[in-house]
Design a protein around this ligand. Structure first.
Ligand code: ARG
Ligand code: ZN
Length: 878
C-alpha cells in the first residue's frame, strides 16, 4: 500500500459535473442493503474543457448495475478502484443509474450507513456518503433529494430521511416504504436516513412568520422519559435564532434522533439531526448539571447549523470552520444568554486555554483554515471549532453587535443555497463595516497561539501609565515564520487607591473606563494620560483574543484584582494567576525535595471569597476551583506530572485545613432541598456546595466523609450523586468506595449512559491500582470497543485525565493506550486517531517518558494504518 497523499487548498477546482437532483431507494437489510440511485447530472458551467471524465467517489460498495440515460454500461465502459468510479465519456447532461449493495452490519467505522442497537442510521459528514452510493462526495455539489426507504414492517416500523414525507405504503413480504422529499438543495454530507423501532415525543413551534413546525424527538422506548430537556432547549434555540439573528426554520418538520453508537456529539443533517444519545438524553437521576447544559448547547448548535452550515455551506472542507467556528460562536452566545454569561465564558475559556492551547503547541497544530490534510476527519478539532469561534467573536467585537448582525444578514441572503468560503464571510463583514480586515485574515491562516509580553509602569510625576505590548507567535510544524496579528485587547486600569476603573485617555482621545486597544505591530507602546493614581492594569478582559497574556503581576496585584476588577472574567483569572504563582513555587519545592510551604496570600484570598457575600454563586464556585493539572501542565516548560499532582494536592489540602469551617458553612448553606431543575440558581448552588465538599474531602474530614456518604445515599440527583461517588472513589477509603461503586453499578446496569459515568469515575482515581482496575473493567459486559462512548469513558478519561497514572514511569499507561489504539485502527479509525492524542504530546515530558512514548508510537507506526492514524502518527514522529 502506498502512503496516503495530502490534498491542498490551492488545488481547488469546481467539480466537473454537478448533480441537480438525486433520487435514492434503499432496501434495508442488515448485511445486504440495496441502494438504487438516479443522479441528474450536468457539466459544470465553469468546467467546459473538452473531455472530462465523470469521477465519482465510492468505498466499500459492491456495484451491481450502472446505466447512462437508460443504457447499461459494459465492463470496459467504466473503471473502478478502491475509492472511485470513472466513466471516461459522458454527455453534457444525463441521468446516471446505479445499484450497489452495502453491508451496514459490518460497518464498525460508523461512517456511512451502519447499525446501532438494531437500528439503521447514517453519518455522512465529512465523507461518509461515498460508503452509501457512488457520488461526487464534496460539499460544493448541492442537489435536491428524493429518498425512498424500504424496510421490514415489524422490525423497522419507523423509516426517516430528510425533508417531508410525501408517500408511504405497504409492500409484499411484510415490508413497507416511506418516500421523503427535501426541497432544499444540499450537499450529500447532510443526507440522513434512520430506520428502527423508535418512539417519539412531539411538540410544535410557531415561527416568527406564523408557520407551524412539528418537532419530533425519536428514541428507543425506554428513553422516552429523557427527552423533555432537549425539546425545551430546541424551542428556546429556535426562538433565540429568530430574535438574535432573524433566522427562521424552513421545513414543516424538524426531527432529532438519539443513537447510542456515534463518533461525535451530533450531526446537523437537514431536517433530521442525529445525536449521540449522550448529547440529547437527560433525566435528573441519570444526568448531571453539566450534561444538561451540554445537551442544551449541542441541540442549539445543530439547530443553528440549519442556517450556518446548511442553507449556506462550505465550498470545500478547508472551509470547515466557516460553519463550525461560526456555529460554536452562536451556540456559546445562546448558552450565555440562557444561563449565567460570566460562568459560560469562564468555562469556555478555561477549557480553551487547556485543550486548544495544547493542540496549538503539539505536532498536529494547524490554522483555523488548514491548507492541507490527508484525512479530513482528523480536522474536527478544537482549533477549527473553538478557535474558529474565538475568531468570529473578535469580529463581532471589532464591528460591534449591530454591524456584525448586518454582516450576518448580508452573508445569509447573498449566499443562500451556495457553498462558499471564509473570504465570503469576512468579505460581508468588511463590506458592512468598511474596516480593513486584511491583517485580521491571518487569524485564519496562521497556526499557533500568539504570546503577548506586556509591561507597564506608572509615571507619578506626569500622571501617565505606560504600557508596552510585544507579540510573538511560536513556530508550528508547518510554519516557521509568523507574521504579527491584529489583536484586540480589552482593558481597564484599576486605581490602587480607589479600587475603581479609571478614566483612560490615549493620544488625546478619551476612551472611558473599559476600552479596546489594537495591537498590530510586533511591539507597541501606549501612553495613557491624566491617570490620577497608580493603577493595576486589567488586560485581555473577557479573553478578548485567543492569546497568552503575560504581565509581571505581583501577588498583591493579583489579590487586588481578584477583589476589585470590574470584569468578572478577569477577577476569576486573577485568582487563577495567583494560584499558579503559588503552584509554581510548590512544584519547584517538590522537585528539589524542599519542604512545601503554603502561600498565605492565597489562603487570605480564598477566605475573603468564602466569607464575602458574593451574589453570583456560580462564578464563586469557579473562583474556588484550582487550575486543573492539565492547565498547570500547559504552563510548565517540562511537564512533571508527579510534582504537579503533589503541588496541587498540597494547595487544596492546605486551603481545606486553613478554611475548614468556612468550607463547611458554604456546604451547609447551599444544600437545596427542592425538586431538581436544571436552572441557573440551582446549578450554581450545587456546584458551590460540591466544590466545598471536594476541599473537605481532600483532607478526609470525618464529618465531610459522612456528609458525602449521605449525599450519595440520598440519591437526589445525578449531579450530587456523581460528585459524592467520585469523592469517595478518589479518597483512600476503599471500604466506603467499593460498596458505593458496587451499589451504583448494579442499580444502573441497564442504563448505558450512566455506566459510562461509572467507568469514568473509576479510571480517574489517582491511586496506583487504577491500571489493573481499568483492565478489569475492559472485560465488563457493559464495555465495548465498538461503542465510542465507552471508549471515551474508560480509555479516554484514563489517558487524558488521570495524568499521574497514564504517565507512570514504567510506561504501562502508554502501553495500554497503544494496545487499544492498534485494535481501534481496525474497528473505528476516526476514534483511534482521536484517542491517541495524549501519546502524541511526548515533546512536553522528560527524556525517559519521551523515549517510552515514542517507542509506543513506533509500535503503532509498524501496523498497517488507516489514513486517519497514519496522518497523526507521522506528524507525531516527524
Ligand atoms: N457537523 C457536526 C457538528 O455539528 C460534526 C460532524 C463530525 N463528523 C465527523 N465524522 N467527524 O459539529
Ligand atoms: Zn457543528
Amino acid at each position: 500500500m502506498s502512503a496516503p497523499q495530502p490534498i491542498h487548498l490551492h488545488d481547488y477546482q469546481p467539480p466537473a459535473y454537478r448533480v441537480t437532483h438525486t433520487e435514492l431507494k434503499f432496501d434495508l437489510s442488515p448485511s445486504a442493503t440495496r441502494v438504487v440511485a438516479r443522479l441528474h447530472l450536468e457539466r459544470h458551467p465553469d468546467r467546459q474543457e473538452d473531455t472530462l471524465p465523470l469521477v465519482l467517489n465510492g468505498e466499500h460498495l459492491k456495484l451491481l448495475r450502472i446505466a447512462i440515460d437508460g443504457q447499461e454500461l459494459e465492463a470496459g465502459e467504466y473503471a473502478l478502484d478502491a475509492g472511485t468510479l470513472t466513466v471516461p465519456d459522458v454527455p453534457q447532461r444525463f441521468l446516471l443509474d446505479t445499484e450497489v449493495e452495502i453491508d451496514p452490519a459490518a460497518n464498525t467505522a460508523l461512517e456511512g450507513l451502519y447499525l446501532s442497537n438494531g437500528m439503521f442510521c447514517t453519518q455522512c459528514e465529512a465523507e461518509g456518503f461515498r460508503r452509501i452510493t457512488y457520488y461526487p462526495d464534496r460539499p460544493d455539489v448541492m442537489a435536491t433529494f428524493s429518498t425512498t426507504v424500504i424496510g421490514d414492517k415489524s422490525s423497522l416500523p419507523v423509516l426517516l430521511s430528510n425533508g417531508n414525507p410525501v408517500e408511504r405504503g405497504e409492500l409484499p413480504n411484510g415490508k413497507h416504504f416511506v418516500t421523503w422529499e427535501d426541497p432544499f438543495p444540499k450537499p450529500c454530507y447532510l443526507f440522513a436516513l434512520v430506520a428502527g423501532d423508535l418512539k417519539q415525543v412531539e411538540d410544535r413551534f410557531t415561527t416568527m412568520s406564523g408557520r407551524e413546525v412539528t418537532l419530533q424527538i425519536w428514541v428507543e422506548e425506554e428513553n422516552l422519559d429523557k427527552t423533555e430537556h432537549a425539546m425545551a432547549s430546541l424551542k428556546r434555540a429556535m426562538k433565540w435564532d429568530e430574535e438574535t439573528y432573524g433566522r427562521e426554520y424552513d421545513l414543516d418538520l424538524f426531527m432529532i434522533v438519539a443513537v447510542s453508537d456515534f463518533n461525535m456529539g451530533a450531526m446537523e443533517n437537514k431536517g433530521l439531526n442525529i445525536f449521540n444519545s449522550a448529547a440529547v438524553l437527560t433525566h435528573p437521576l441519570t444526568a448531571t448539571d453539566v450534561a444538561f447544559q451540554r445537551v442544551e448547547g449541542i441541540v442549539a448548535h445543530e439547530y443553528f447549523h440549519n442556517w450556518s452550515g446548511n442553507r449556506v455551506t462550505c465550498r470545500d472542507w478547508f472551509q470547515l470552520s466557516l460553519k463550525e467556528g461560526f456555529t460554536v460562536f452562536r451556540d456559546q452566545s445562546f448558552s450565555a444568554d440562557t444561563n449565567s454569561a460570566p460562568v459560560k465564558r469562564i468555562e469556555d475559556v478555561s477549557f480553551f486555554r487547556t485543550a486548544q492551547f495544547a493542540e496549538d503547541d503539539g505536532p498536529t497544530a494547524h490554522p483555523v483554515r488548514p491548507d492541507q490534510y490527508i484525512e479530513i476527519s482528523n480536522f474536527y478539532t478544537l482549533t477549527i471549532y473553538e478557535k474558529g469561534a474565538e475568531v468570529v467573536r473578535m469580529l463581532r467585537n471589532l464591528l460591534g453587535w449591530e454591524t456584525f448582525r448586518k454582516g450576518t444578514d448580508l452573508y445569509f441572503s447573498r449566499f443562500d443555497g451556495q457553498a462558499v468560503t471564509i473570504e465570503d464571510f469576512v468579505g460581508c463583514m468588511r463590506e458592512v463595516s468598511g474596516l480593513d480586515l486584511s491583517q485580521f485574515m491571518r487569524w485564519y491562516s496562521q497556526a499557533g497561539t500568539p504570546e503577548i509580553d506586556a509591561n507597564g509602569h506608572y509615571d507619578y510625576a506626569k500622571g501617565e501609565y505606560h504600557l508596552t505590548l510585544r507579540q510573538r507567535t511560536p513556530a508550528t510544524p508547518d510554519q516557521h515564520e509568523k507574521q504579527p496579528l491584529h489583536i484586540p485587547i480589552r482593558l481597564g486600569l484599576v486605581g490602587t487607591k480607589s479600587g475603581e476603573d479609571l478614566e483612560m485617555t490615549l493620544e488625546g482621545d478619551s476612551l472611558g473606563k473599559d476600552t479596546v486597544i489594537h495591537l498590530r505591530e510586533e511591539e507597541q507602546h501606549f501612553v495613557f494620560t491624566d491617570i490620577a493614581e497608580a493603577p493595576v492594569p486589567s488586560l485581555l478582559r473577557g479573553f478578548s483574543a485567543p492569546v497568552k497574556m503575560r504581565f509581571p503581576y505581583g501577588r498583591e496585584d493579583l489579590a487586588f484584582l481578584l477583589q476589585h476588577d470590574s470584569d468578572g472574567f478577569n477577577r476569576w483569572d486573577a485568582g487563577q494567576r495567583l494560584a499558579m504563582l503559588a503552584l509554581d513555587d510548590l512544584i519547584a519545592a517538590h522537585r528539589n525535595g524542599v519542604e512545601k510551604v503554603m502561600d498565605v496570600r492565597v489562603v487570605d484570598a480564598f477566605r475573603t471569597l468564602l466569607t464575602a457575600d458574593i451574589d453570583d454563586k456560580a462564578v464563586l464556585a469557579e473562583m474556588l476551583t484550582l487550575p486543573s493539572e492539565a492547565y498547570i501542565a500547559e504552563q510548565q516548560p517540562v511537564v512533571d506530572v508527579d510534582a504537579i499532582h503533589a503541588a496541587r494536592t498540597f494547595v487544596k489540602q492546605s486551603l481545606a485545613v486553613a478554611l475548614r469551617d468556612e468550607f463547611m458553612a458554604v456546604y451547609r448553606d447551599h444544600c437545596v432541598d427542592v425538586p431538581y431543575a436544571p436552572e441557573p440558581g440551582q446549578i450554581a448552588a450545587r456546584s458551590l456546595k460540591n466544590v466545598a465538599l471536594s476541599y473537605l474531602m481532600s483532607i478526609e474530614d470525618e464529618e465531610a466523609m459522612a456528609l458525602t456518604q449521605r449525599q450519595f445515599e440520598d440519591g437526589h440527583n445525578m449531579t450530587d450523586v456523581r460528585t459524592a461517588l467520585t469523592l469517595l472513589t478518589h479518597s483512600s477509603r476503599d471500604d466506603l468506595a467499593d460498596p458505593a461503586l458496587k451499589a451504583f453499578g448494579e442499580k444502573w446496569a441497564h442504563d448505558s449512559l450512566v455506566m459510562d459515568q461509572w467507568f469514568s469515575i473509576q479510571v480517574s482515581r489517582p491511586q496506583p491500582d487504577v491500571l489493573e482496575r481499568l483492565k478489569f473493567l475492559m472485560e465488563h459486559p457493559a464495555f465495548s470497543l465498538k461503542n465510542p462512548n465507552k471508549v471515551r469513558a474508560l480509555i479516554g478519561t484514563f489517558a487524558s485525565q488521570n495524568r499521574v497514572n497514564f504517565h507512570r514511569i514504567d510506561g504501562e499507561g502508554y502501553k495500554l493506550l497503544t494496545d487499544v489504539v492498534i485494535e481501534l485502527n481496525r474497528i473505528n479509525p476516526e476514534i483511534a486517531a482521536r484517542i491517541i492524542t495524549p501519546l502524541t504530546r511526548w515533546q512536553r515530558f522528560d527524556e525517559a517518558r519521551q523515549a517510552l512514548m515514542k517507542d509506543e508510537l513506533e509500535r503503532i507506526r509498524a501496523e498497517e494504518l488507516s489514513p486517519n492514524l497514519y496522518e497523526v502518527v507521522e506528524k507525531a514522529l516527524a
